[in-house]
Design a binder for this molecule. Sequence first.
Ligand SMILES: [Zn+2]
Length: 171
Amino acid sequence: MKRRILFVPGKLPYVRGERPKVDCILCAVLRDDPRVDRLVLARDRSVFVTLNLYPYNPGHVMVVPRRHIVDPREATESERRAMALWRDRVMDALDEIYSPAGYNIGYNVGKRSGASLEHLHLHVVPRYKNEIGFLDVLSGTRVIVEEPGVSARKISGFLRKYRGGTKEKKR
Ligand SMILES: [Zn+2]
């Protein structure tokens, strides 16, 4: 049986409100800007995969178009295909590493949607059978910390086999 992996978000500087001072965090992540954590797990010509900066659960990953677009309807045909392809690859990786019980997958679009980043990103949120609530954390039951760097290494290790592009034809 796999070990349950839980995560204490208080360990992360950005959860404590220290947001990096850049125009767009996702564009900065893509540029490997030193002011943001380097959490790119995989990339190809049109999209990249990053660990969520404000994780909801361990293994919360985002698939992001390289272009700074804000609405899924702005995506080109090849961006759409690449987003779907990497969504599936990420799910394969998370299944293998964390064996989640399910997923929430989707976009938040627009100011009133809860989106904290304008740059379009597809959330892939693994859901676990026994997710702990805040009180469980306080009572100290079964808390296993996984640092984002550890998640990043595991997931990027799995995605490494796809390096070399999505084998898509140029449009
Ligand atoms: Zn951006």
